[in-house]
Each structure stands twice: as C-alpha cells, then as structure tokens.
Design a protein around this ligand. Sequence first.
Ligand code: SF4
Length: 68
Amino acid sequence: MHIDRDIDIDRDVCIGAGQCAMAAPGVFSQDDDGFSTLLPGREDGGGDPMVREAARACPVGAITVSES
Ligand code: SF4
C-alpha cells in the first residue's frame, strides 16, 4: 500500500544539525549553508520508512510529516 506523505521543513526553525540527513540520506540533504533540504523528487519521502525517524531525530522539531 502506498502512503502519501507530505514533508515540511521549517527552515526558520532548522539549526542545521544534520540529523535528518544522517537518519534518511535518501530523502534529506543539507544545502550550502547547512540547512536541511529535500532531495529533488523526494518531497513525498519516496516511501522511505526512515522519514519518520528523521523527523524524530531533529532536535528542534523542524520536520513535519503528514500522511494521508
Ligand atoms: S535535523 Fe532538524 S535542525 Fe538538523 S538539519 Fe535537519 S531539519 Fe535542520
């Protein structure tokens, strides 16, 4: 079953800790300033189960994952 996910990174909150990119490197990356970005085409998480782990790992709660 495919779960539709929507990942939102609050870049005003992100402190560039990089935990998300470490937890789910297939979905999250860090831009030149160290802030979290989603890899192109992975805005829906690409079905990666580690997305939730990445959201949990973020020390400032900048990542919101909604499922529909
Ligand atoms: S874990 Fe949170 S604070 Fe760190 S880069 Fe990712 S979104 Fe930003």
